[in-house]
Design a binder for this molecule. Sequence first.
Ligand SMILES: [Fe+2]
Length: 396
Amino acid sequence: MALEYIAVNIDNIPVGLELDCKAYVKKGGEYSYLCEHVTVTDALLTRFRKAADPDDSVYIASNYMESFLKRGVDLGWVPPPPSKPETPRSTKKVTPPPPTPEYEKVKKEYIETKAEAEKMFAQIAEDGKVDNAKTDIFVLEIGKKLETNDISLIIDSINNIRCVDEYLHTHSLNVAFLNGLMAKWLRYDKKRHDELVKTGLLHDIGKLLIPGGILNKPAKLTKEEFETIKKHSVFSFEMLVNSGIREKPLLLGVLQHHEKLNGSGYPYGLAAKDISDFARITSISDIYDAMIAKRAYKDAQSPFTILENFAEEGYSMLDIKLVKLFIDCMIGELKGKFMVLSDGSVAKVVMVNERNLKYPMMELEDGTVISTTPELYCMKMYNADISAEQVAKIYK
Ligand SMILES: [Fe+2]
């Protein structure tokens, strides 16, 4: 789907606006890149006017306009009336391959590792401290799995094998795996890789000290309850220090994993320059896994929808370079995977446009490649454990 650009009159752009997208000017019928991720100042508006002469407009991708409107910024634009729904193209069903032995192996290992994590967390809860030597052995095991197994199958496990109940050990294990993937993609050496995995595994350990009634409350938290929850990163840090853990990047990663680059995070509301790399990475893994978990309670969503939401979140709060790396690498892993489409059929991912993450191109059984749309879209990843007929029944 081609990206549409919207002209915004420079006089309508308020000083102080977080312009968290790319801005262009139009020259000779072409869009020429101007800037991105900037806060609008008077000096910037003057620069815009010079660059945009004579039409006095900058152009931004249309999909950002609603985000600006939601933030109460009036840019003189109203959403276009909904277009007539297109008739979805009929799709032929792809017969997905049966689960491979490799898939079965990775799934079995993931379930076993999760059981080990559960035991380890129960022991930590009982002792009130972390056994550093045992944790290091567990971290080495995770590293081995990331080295020897097909990464896309590990991501499958994180995305799919999940109970509706959200347990601390499952989330912690997934964040450890995701941190390990980031370390791999960032080409970290073995020592840093293991430290980052350990950060993921232990980042929320302080939640063991938060009363279960607050932690698992199914209703909206009161202000006081939320303040209690917010203490968990400090509790995690203190528990690790009291357990004799001294690795500084790990401790900072744990303490700062809820800090945000725009200063809106907790516990300290740190500025971007004071937030460590390990904390930036762990917060990305943390948010991704939380969104995947949310999916277990709510309507099914494709990983593409999650990546798109995630990219939006990233523009002001997270390290955008790391978010881009995460999304690019995830897209790479999702290519070739089977997805359930909204008409119940199954098709294969062939191409994902990073500017239109939600609607990838899919290949049907007869080799036709279609672009997904709001009318015919990816519902969720196809799970090799159930048949296409069962999938069709569920999503009819
Ligand atoms: Fe946390």
